[in-house]
Ligand binder design. Structure first.
Ligand code: ADE
Length: 246
């Protein structure tokens, strides 16, 4: 997969792209992330990327021309008539694991990081295929949001995570939160690891984990629970868990 990021602050991505899972995926050639400074697509002496909003109001608005030219330059370089192009903005549809999977299935992806008071609406209307928000809060720019998307997408690419099993059991896969995890020591400051995890009984451990997953989701994220498809066994585990708790 190749991801092209259009930003006014390419240096913000240095950490993400050089460390940990994303850094390794880049190193192994499993993904190629290219950064483009929007400013380099301006033609005036001062490389102006923003301007005052028509109609007045506070702040500046990112101009259309450099963004259109940057996206067209990427699709030209790829030899494609168009590339899936996402504008990161607080007005977009809410990012989640399902959307991450959708984006991870693309061969190419362009991410546009907005800034200032916003981006000229003609970018959203006539250039991008999607607008994505990472949550109902205001960031100072789209860069951090783009990093969230890039991280989530890259870890889903084939070969990026060592064990495919870890993908299958994570939070939000299957619509539930993950069960609690523990490692050594078995007792720390008097706090013990649940007995069942030390038992070696894999059937019972799997049952306990499923129950914890259900309980945690029901308590912390009732919104997810409403959407989850539960088997009769899940329903039994959940009512048993609530009986134990009460
Ligand atoms: N830019 C500013 N805030 C944002 C958000 N919540 N999601 C995506 N892009 C943004």
């Amino acid at each position: 997969m190749r991801i092209d990021i259009l930003t006014l602050f390419p240096q913000m991505f240095d950490g993400l792209l050089s460390c940990s899972i994303v850094g390794r995926a880049m190193e192994h050639g499993l993904v190629d992330v290219k950064l483009h400074d929007i400013r380099t697509y301006t033609h005036d002496k001062h490389n102006i990327v923003d301007d005052y909003p028509y109609g007045g109001g506070a702040g500046m608005v990112l101009k259309t021309e450099p963004i259109f030219e940057a996206v067209e330059s990427v699709s030209g370089e790829l030899g494609l008539p168009s590339v899936p192009t996402v504008l990161l903005s607080p007005q977009g549809r809410l990012f989640n694991q399902e959307l991450a999977r959708e984006l991870a299935s693309c061969q190419n992806l362009v991410l546009i990081c907005g800034h200032y008071e916003g981006v000229d609406e003609r970018v959203a209307e006539h250039l991008v295929s999607d607008e994505i928000s990472i949550g109902d809060y205001l960031l100072s720019g789209g860069e951090v949001a783009a990093m969230v998307v890039v991280d989530c997408v890259i870890r889903l690419l084939p070969g990026v995570l060592g064990s495919e099993a870890s993908l299958a059991e994570e939070s939000h896969i299957g619509g539930l939160l993950e069960y609690p995890q523990y490692t050594r020591p078995a007792v720390y400051r008097g706090w013990t690891v649940p007995e069942i995890l030390l038992s070696g009984d894999h059937g019972e451990i799997a049952r306990w984990r499923r129950q914890q997953s259900l309980l945690r989701t029901a308590k912390r994220r009732p919104d997810l629970m409403e959407k989850a498809v539960l088997s009769p066994e899940d329903k039994r585990l959940l009512s048993e868990a609530f009986e134990i708790k009460s």
